[in-house]
Design a protein around this ligand. Structure first.
Ligand SMILES: Cc1cc2nc3c(=O)[nH]c(=O)nc-3n(C[C@H](O)[C@H](O)[C@H](O)COP(=O)(O)OP(=O)(O)OC[C@H]3O[C@@H](n4cnc5c(N)ncnc54)[C@H](O)[C@@H]3O)c2cc1C
Ligand code: SF4
Ligand code: SF4
Ligand code: SF4
Length: 403
């Protein structure tokens, strides 16, 4: 048995752990033609049926475990919890949230505790940006990888290229960090010394990027900044709290995509497996970074801050050193605030109530269309929704006038 059964059942998240462990080169990461879903593709001729790929796959038995998911599994073991930010102005300004990920990596390089980082980056691409994993070997490169990529990246595949490094820090979403943890259990990749986790509320397949821009920039090199914080465009100020998605060309901002469109498209392009995923808070990481949602009294609503969950002794030691060296500022927070702010109980309910066969059916129907058809369809539905809510608002106003 190999991970073909995972991919064929739409349960692959595209993390790349199977690709990293397969010694026969039987696995390659591919994307489906219409939705752009990243998945592990197995070459049956090369596969020797060793079963290793299934041992590291975070999706094994996920459907069977669906009804048992509980709040405690998602929260895991949290030693301490904070809201904070990097005190380096360059890191902070260029960050998705409070810049904690990049500040931690910068500290690890400075102290010679690591000689490489595996993370990912978005770069300009014709029509849609290119998103891929990469290996950084100096702190000067870290700024190039700042900000979140919301579409799938097989970051764990990079482990095939990092054997020659002494000590490697991995930045990853929960499924990616799970893959690394499972590889470590099998005594592989012993040089992965730090697991820096991100909070994750699902990723999207690649065609999400075409849809969010409605294929408007096919002849241009573009970049997408999801939730760009604290900036002004055409005399309008956008805070961290209300940060929109920004489409950039090489000369600067091309357009602003309102958050309601980003949220509307989630329904169509959320990776199917993500709907079953219970590891939102990255339980296998040493330290986890996210946004401090739900803690309005603890973060700066214009410039943003980071949520920090410390999970291991390594995590405690990193944070203590950052505070001692005045590299970050932090304030204590409570785990229950995180549970509320990150909608953990709602996540449990969603997983329990998910009609997997129905979601699979809809996904396969969309895969049966062409890419331009699906982009047109979702944009038409979005405009229809906007029109309906506009008419609804108008009716309410008219009723008020005649009351
Ligand atoms: C798909 C996704 C969903 C998320 N959902 C939530 C959420 O629901 N709630 C919440 O609180 N936070 C969520 N986050 C985390 C949040 O967006 C920030 O990534 C986090 O707060 C770190 O910000 P920072 O300022 O410390 O990082 P920065 O200094 O901006 O650095 C970001 C780091 O993350 C790495 N990175 C970016 N995208 C990916 C990716 N796809 N896979 C692996 N590494 C990546 C970059 O390479 C870089 O090293 C999500 C992130 C992602 C990528
Ligand atoms: S079963 Fe073994 S050889 Fe086959 S794809 Fe999986 S890891 Fe590779
Ligand atoms: S290990 Fe990751 S990439 Fe491979 S099949 Fe499982 S989820 Fe997909
Ligand atoms: S929701 Fe789960 S499976 Fe999906 S990207 Fe996030 S961690 Fe991975």
């Amino acid at each position: 048995m190999n991970v073909k059964c995972i991919s064929d059942n739409l349960l692959c998240a595209g993390c790349g752990a199977c690709n990293a462990i397969c010694t026969r080169g039987a696995i390659s990461m591919k994307r489906t033609a219409t939705m752009g879903l990243l998945y592990a593709c197995v070459d049956d001729i090369k596969c020797i049926d060793c079963g290793l790929c299934l041992k590291v796959c975070p999706s094994v038995n996920i459907l069977e475990r669906k009804s048992e998911v509980a709040k405690e599994d998602i929260v895991g073991d949290i030693k301490s919890c904070y809201v904070g930010r990097s005190l380096n102005p360059d890191i902070f300004k260029n960050a998705q949230s409070g810049g904690l990920v990049t500040q931690i990596l910068s500290y690890l390089f400075d102290e010679n505790l690591i000689d490489a980082v595996i993370s990912c980056r978005m770069i300009f691409g014709r029509g849609v940006p290119n998103v891929s994993y990469n290996i950084l070997t100096s702190k000067e490169e870290l700024h190039l990888n700042q900000k979140s990529c919301y579409t799938q990246v097989d970051v764990v595949s990079a482990l095939k290229e990092t054997n020659s490094y002494r000590s490697v820090a991995r930045v990853g979403l929960p499924c990616q960090i799970q893959g690394v943890a499972k590889l470590s259990e099998l005594k592989k990749c012993k040089n992965i010394t730090y697991k820096i986790g991100l909070v994750c509320d699902k990723t999207y397949s690649n065609t999400y990027m075409n849809a969010i821009m409605n294929n408007s920039y096919q002849k241009e090199d573009v970049l997408i900044k999801y939730r760009q914080k604290d900036f002004t465009f055409r005399d309008v100020y956008y805070s961290y709290q209300k940060a929109p998605t920004v489409i950039c060309g090489k000369e600067g901002v091309l357009s602003i995509i309102p958050n309601r469109k980003r949220m509307f498209l989630k329904e169509f392009f959320t990776v199917p497996k993500c709907r079953l995923c219970a590891d939102k808070l990255n339980v296998y990481a040493d330290i986890v970074l996210g946004d401090p949602w739900g803690m309005k009294d603890k973060y700066d609503q214009n410039q943003g801050d980071s949520l920090i969950l410390v999970r291991t002794e390594k995590g405690i030691s990193i944070l203590n050193e950052l505070v001692k060296d005045s590299l970050v500022s932090v304030v204590r927070a409570d785990v229950e605030e995180v549970v509320r702010g990150q909608f953990i109980k709602e996540r449990v309910n969603d997983i329990h109530l998910l009609d997997w066969n129905e979601k699979k059916r809809i996904w396969m129907r969309h895969e049966g269309m062409s890419k331009s058809q699906i982009v047109q369809l979702v944009n038409k539905k979005y405009k229809k929704g906007l029109f309906k809510s506009f008419m609804g608002d108008l009716l309410i106003r008219i009723k008020k006038i005649f009351k």
